[in-house]
Design a protein around this ligand. Sequence first.
Ligand code: MSP
Length: 515
Amino acid sequence: MKEKTFSITTPIYYVNAKPHLGHTYTTIACDTLSRYHRTKGEKVFFLTGTDEHGDKIVKAAEAAGKTAQEYTDEISGLFRHAWEELHITNDDFIRTTEERHKNVVGQVLTKLHNKGDIYLSSYTGKYCFGCERYLTDKELDENGHCPDHKIPPELIEESNYFFRMQKYLPVWKEMLAKNPEIIYPERYYNEVMGVIDELIKGGEDLSISRPRSRLTWGIELPFDKEYVTYVWFDALLNYVSAMGYPDGQVYGEFWPATHMIAKDILKPHAVYWPTMLLAAEIPLYSRLLVHGYWLGWGDVKMSKSLGNALDPHDLKKNLGEDALRFFLMREMNFGQDARFSEDVLSRRLNTDLANDLGNLVQRTLSMLKKYFGGTSADIPPHSMEADLTALSRQKGKEFHEAMDNYQIHKAIEAIFEIVRYLNGSIESHKPWAMAKTNSDELAPFLQSLLKGIVFALSYLQIVLVNKAPELLDAIDAKTEKSFPKSVADIVIQKKEITEWPMLFARIETNAEETA
Ligand code: MSP
């Protein structure tokens, strides 16, 4: 039987600025899904990379006093380094300036040109250099500005090559109507259907080139050297070029993939890309997962251009990698916007990690050390273990259901219900009193707590990627590598416990919010 596979991609990030929290969120969310599927025993391919062509990059390079090549090498290196520092488990990192990518773009362009799906025509439109695309009047804000970049678009007239997107829009619309689950969450499906209808009504095709006279930093059209490929047409193809389309082994095994993006790039991914795939006769992607924005200072989308972006390196240094991952995954309800402020951060981390999980582990391990010098094997079950077994089985199931629906925050919450149950049972059973009056009950009680902790950590290790394995190691419990079904799957062995890793520090904040 073919091994089950899972493949996921992040957007390829523009190299006009260094990585910030927004990029970090998407990359960590894909990493969390990858770790989840790997832990289940599936074969995973996880792709990320950088988008390196276009006016935007040339402008950024000029501003930095560098050539485009020097500049893209440098910033792409920063992304690669940021992901290494955060232990991101990507299997490949694609750069659109690589030959393997340029070859595929050339091949697809030739195929579409030969089919008659690409033609030359002239075009006038309002172009946003920030978005690197023409904007329709409807997309502009009340000031006539780009809603994302808050700058007026420039009126441009030029001859360009066009992709016959109109030919494929109705086909795509029908496919999508039959399979609305391709786009998740549902509200973006509705939005996309609206955009498709509008485009069909407008009757325009997609411009896929830029005259070389205006832009040289791009992939030359194979059939006209006077033009380079429009950055979106180039960038979207990374998803298959990285996998070795058309006959590479990874492509054969892992395409179609699941894409994750934020809502800013919904249109290119939910309209341009599927019609390109249809024209190129490449199977459609399996899913498009769309998340909301992290809002920074002033409650606006965090971005480099708005000056409110946070640096993942600083955040890791200040919070610790696991706390950063935990916060991002637990706080954002996938699909909706979330606010990043010191207040929200400290509340979440202090409550969940320092208080609930941290105290549970600290208290349990301290008592095991104090009363028994460590863990023991073959301890008879405590009376609470029947309840704990049922609860863990139920919460394990909820975790899987949530993860399979990309609701990472709900999956984490299910496991924290076990953590809180265990804390509650410490309060009600008072093991410190048991030590004095009912010492026979103490060992079974602590053993059950420990099994609950091991269960929770086995699940939480997809987010607490350092601390959970370190703690499991300190306890040395024999669990299957995969997710235990309930605490009944957990076997505790005899082990001396003298010390365990530092847990989660409380975040101290100023009384007033610094958002
Ligand atoms: N290069 C294009 C993508 C091409 S994919 C074929 C691009 N790059 S980008 O650097 O601007 O990255 C956009 C993506 O970064 C978003 O879709 C999202 O994944 C992430 N984010 C950037 N800012 C964000 C927030 N403030 N909040 C959440 N995610 C954000 O677009």
